[in-house]
Design a protein around this ligand. Sequence first.
Ligand SMILES: Nc1ncnc2c1ncn2[C@@H]1O[C@H](COP(=O)(O)OP(=O)(O)O)[C@@H](O)[C@H]1O
Ligand SMILES: [Mg+2]
Length: 285
Amino acid sequence: MADLTRIAVDLERFGYPDGTVALAGIRLSVQRGEFCGILGANGSGKTTLLKIMDGLIKDYTGTVTLDGEDVRRLHPREIYRKVGLVFQSPDEQLFAHSVGEDVAFGPRNMGFGEQEVAQRVEAALAQVEMAEYAAKSIHALSYGQKKRVCIAGLLAMGHEILLLDEPTAGLDPMGEYRMMELLLKLNQEDGVTIVMATHSVDLVPLFLHRLHILSRGRLVRGGTPEEVFTAPAEMAEVKLRLPHIAELIHQLKDEERLPFRRLPLTIGEARREIVEMLRDTEKKA
Ligand SMILES: Nc1ncnc2c1ncn2[C@@H]1O[C@H](COP(=O)(O)OP(=O)(O)O)[C@@H](O)[C@H]1O
Ligand SMILES: [Mg+2]
């Protein structure tokens, strides 16, 4: 069977120069085609972990591989051909005057001819639904549009793996949802492998295949959203909560003794569970 692992992290320890141990004992892998999340409260180590995966931080103990090769031995160019990191703040990433110029920077730097660059810019902007903004000034964009331009900049370089640091932070609820839909489309239709850091528990179960929960620099749990979101107390321990809908059903089950069989994570699942429970109760009556 073909090896589907793209990134494998086996990290013993990483500390910042001021002595903060940001990460310890992290083992996880990212499979080809996966859309997975690194979920954790502020300061849990998400950004640090993404920077390690992208080869930006190197002075850790342990090993991180990209397609089986030690990331620390790869030339930055070899990493950037495959992996791109989208920073949390678009203002850290964008620097050109116009949208088109910014997206062109990466492919131009990779040595592509102007015609190829133009094609890549056009295709990448279309992928993030910003095709008509090529000539627009970066400063005139909304925060959400800036985030999309950052993603386009990486797609234009042909990245197969995107690491995104809190892609929905700072967006309004509709913007959050649209960003997640965009990422889902890139994953499902364009085959981009996606790792996103987030603390947003409500959106996660709707979109992500797999979750890794970080707490104080340690990986405390991993699995599908159903496996990971188990009980409010366990989530509170890691300074997170359950999705609102799961919290409600948990309270109905635990405190009102309503016979729910499982903990639904989305409105759709909750609706089915409630209907089933009511039917069961009617049959028994
Ligand atoms: N440049 C730095 N120097 C020292 N400590 C840092 C630095 N960046 C982050 N940290 C610390 O490392 C820990 C993890 O931070 P970070 O990876 O940014 O977490 P998250 O992205 O989950 O909020 C925190 O305790 C944070 O204060
Ligand atoms: Mg962070």
